[in-house]
Design a protein around this ligand. Sequence first.
Ligand SMILES: [Zn+2]
Length: 124
Amino acid sequence: MHEYGIVSNLIRVALDRLAQEAVSEVVYVEFEFGEFLFVDPENATMAYESLTRGTILENSELRIRVLPGKIQCLSCGYVGKAELPDKDHLHFSDHLLVCPNCSASPRIIQGLECSITQMEVIVA
Ligand SMILES: [Zn+2]
């Protein structure tokens, strides 16, 4: 389950930010994932719950936003959404994406991002 790695990095960033303020409680945290990271929200939430145990983020709500992916095809010039292969074969990789126009293997121009977009905290 690759969500653990991604979620754990974002939690580290969030904890670093929170350490600089007198936060007594975190209400929610919003993570944004690029579509081509193929993050499963259920797995991400499970990872979040287990990785935040014992930290200030424990019991905060995780909100997830997915940023639509975008590709550029170098062989036909197409720019836009990618054709996704069978969902069972999705994983942390781009080599299965194909151009809907010519089926060539495209370049990803958006969809691999992961960041913290929002946090609501209660300051002590
Ligand atoms: Zn193409």
